[in-house]
Write a protein that binds this ligand. Structure first.
Ligand SMILES: [Zn+2]
Length: 359
């Protein structure tokens, strides 16, 4: 992998010097010298070129290529189901590795002939392989219900059907790790550095496990009651909201990779289950009354007070997160079923909902 890193740097330097960001053109320029300099196999050089172009076009400034992974394709990778091995072309030629995987992965790979994989090396020096599998998705069809999902205010997720997943557990684990980290960080010894690495890995694994769980349950519920899932669209919120002052909580929510991961998991699980996922504009979902569509008329004030939402217009009182999830569901319905009566409209720059959802 070290040679691959050298190759990536060499290719990147040429691309920068010649201002050439086209895969085929760059290939003609670098293929021969890179093969001669590194001794890499032909397919590995091709992969390296694709990676350099891919990285350079997705980020403005490439800092460093690290020797941590190789992309493999049908020419450099093969899965042999009977033997539970993978054949990988490395510098020294074709090498077979025995897989050590669980029943879940076995079931996913059953009868598959995967054509793409990534070989990863962890910081500790272990090797992992990520194998891409094709999986049939179910058609989503037309559904009449929408479950709204509100992410990360008090709880990790709250649905318009009244379910919620508490963020307490993950928060307490975070706090504990933060405490240990603060203690260890002051020491700066080799063993303390090792401990820090382990901590961050464990925290991430726990969050991932939790996200797998929550996303699975969300998709299952939507499938059971025959509904679509609606989320707030937070992809562009960063730019648009940065112009306005934002609360600390909002900043945390929009920049949090954990919510991004949760939505990613929901996306692919929903695809497999045949559940449609829609995204709705995120503005005012927590301030709007989900019964009468009212927003507090005074700027900067809200009917929401901590856990409770109490509408000053119609008197509706409800759990604030469920109220927000209801609004998301209503907006989701207008996205996924445009002919339904509950359309959203823009009023003096504020998003308002016509009354349509009931508790
Ligand atoms: Zn109201």
């Amino acid at each position: 992998m070290l040679w691959l890193e050298t190759a990536c740097h060499q290719i990147y330097e040429v691309a920068k010097r010649e201002k050439c960001w086209n895969t085929t053109k760059l290939h003609h320029k670098v293929y021969k010298p890179v093969r001669e300099a590194t001794g890499l196999k032909a397919n590995h050089v091709c992969q390296a070129i694709r990676r350099v172009i891919g990285n350079a076009t997705s980020v403005k400034q490439v800092h460093k290529f690290r020797p941590t992974s190789i992309n493999l394709d049908v020419r450099t990778f093969q899965y042999i189901e009977d033997l539970q091995t993978v054949g990988i072309t490395l510098m020294c030629g074709r090498v077979k590795f025995k897989l050590s995987i669980g029943n879940y992965q076995l079931a996913l790979l059953k009868g598959q002939a995967p054509t793409a994989a990534t070989l990863n090396k962890t910081k500790r020096g272990d090797y992992y392989i990520n194998v891409c599998v094709k999986w049939p998705t179910n058609p989503t069809g037309q559904r009449l219900k929408v479950v709204g999902v509100d992410l990360g205010r008090r709880d990790i997720a709250t649905t318009s059907t009244g379910k919620s997943w508490s963020g307490k557990q993950i928060q307490s684990i975070r706090d504990r790790y933060r405490f240990v980290r603060a203690n260890v960080q002051s020491k700066r010894t080799r063993s303390s550095r090792r401990l820090l690495r382990r901590l961050s890995g464990r925290e991430q694994r726990f969050q991932k496990w939790l996200n797998h769980n929550i996303s699975k349950q969300l998709v299952q519920e939507a499938k059971q009651i025959g509904a679509d899932l609606a989320f707030e669209d937070l992809t562009n919120i960063r730019e648009s909201l940065n112009k306005k002052p934002r609360s600390k909580t909002e900043r945390r929510r929009t920049n949090n990779w954990a919510f991004y991961q949760l939505r990613l998991f929901v996306g692919y699980k929903a695809n497999i289950a045949g559940v449609k996922v829609v995204f709705v504009p995120a503005a005012y979902t927590s301030q709007t009354c989900s019964r009468c569509g009212h927003i507090h008329p005074v700027k900067g004030k809200s009917y929401r007070n901590g856990k409770v939402f109490k509408c000053g217009h119609c008197g509706f009182e409800h759990d604030a997160d469920i109220n927000a999830a209801n609004n998301i569901a209503a907006l989701g319905k207008s996205v996924s079923l445009p002919e339904s009566p509950g359309m959203s409209c823009q009023l003096e720059g504020q998003l308002s909902l016509f009354p349509m959802i009931q508790i």
